[in-house]
Design a protein around this ligand. Structure first.
Ligand code: IPE
Ligand code: IPE
Ligand code: MG
Length: 245
């Protein structure tokens, strides 16, 4: 039987969902395990929820995997997270055909400087081979910071001003949006943050102006499809006014 037949139906689905994958470390600590074990488990949850969300018909997903601030962590932990990226990128290559059939476009958002060269190469490769797809846009935020992203966009526009191609007074909000790493994508309708923290931690600052937020105490490795459905059910009931009546 087609697994899609049993999927829940929604009266309204967010076009773009952002997920702050938080709580891996605490998940491991609670079990007396080293923190990296939590990241391994969190990476499994990422695969599971990514696949489920794609099957539900969500067009665009952005997973926050590593922030510009996460370099402050102990080097062993950073190295373990980088190894998990490597593993995932190899898997993307192995599953090329399957992902192509599903129409998945992979996009990495964030500052590329500082990311190990071999990872950068694999990131570029995955983006190239999936660039023509558009059924599900899978953004993975690595070395991502909302402020850094806005700065990058503004610097891009400032270069055009320097060259005389643009006047400062002609810069529009749309131009700033277009020059973010998410340029061309809809703003996130829903942002999910598990782990009991009530903050954005520098995630999609510009794009989240009118996002709906869904928080939960569940630690990311424990997050299930049912939790995702609960967030979507909650979203269905939200009354979005965008400043109107
Ligand atoms: C999220 O889990 C993963 C990354 C930030 C890379 P954490 O590692 O932040 O988990 P906690 O918040 O310490 O539990
Ligand atoms: C946010 O989690 C970053 C990612 C999930 C990648 P953090 O654990 O880094 O956020 P803070 O430090 O609790 O704000
Ligand atoms: Mg955390």
């Amino acid at each position: 039987m087609d697994q899609k037949e049993n999927l829940p139906q929604f009266s309204v689905l967010p076009r773009h969902v952002g997920i702050i994958m938080d709580g891996n470390g605490r998940w491991a600590q609670k079990r007396g395990l080293p923190r990296y074990k939590g990241h391994i488990e969190g990476a499994r949850t990422f695969r599971k929820i990514g696949e489920f969300a794609g099957n539900l018909g969500i067009e665009c997903l952005t997973f926050y995997a590593f922030s510009t601030e996460n370099w402050k962590r102990p080097p062993e932990e950073v190295a373990a997270i980088m190894d998990l990226f490597r593993e995932y990128l190899r898997e993307l290559d192995d599953r090329k055909a399957e992902n192509e059939e599903k129409g998945i476009k992979v996009n990495f958002i964030g500052d590329r400087t500082g990311i190990p060269k071999d990872i950068l190469r694999m990131m570029g490769y995955s983006e190239r081979i999936t660039r023509k797809k558009d059924h599900v846009i899978l953004n993975i935020a690595i070395n991502y910071g909302g402020r850094q992203e806005i700065l990058h966009s503004v610097q891009t526009l400032a270069k055009q001003v320097e060259k005389g191609k643009l006047k400062a007074k002609d810069i529009t909000e749309d131009m700033i949006s277009e020059n973010l790493y998410t340029g061309g994508l809809p703003d996130p309708d829903l942002i999910i943050r598990p782990s009991g923290e009530y903050r954005l931690s520098n995630f999609l600052l510009w794009q989240s102006a009118y996002s709906e937020f869904w928080y939960s105490d569940i630690l990311w490795p424990d997050f299930t499809e049912a939790d995702f459905v609960e967030a979507l059910r909650d979203f269905e009931r939200r009354n979005r006014r965008f400043g109107g009546v």
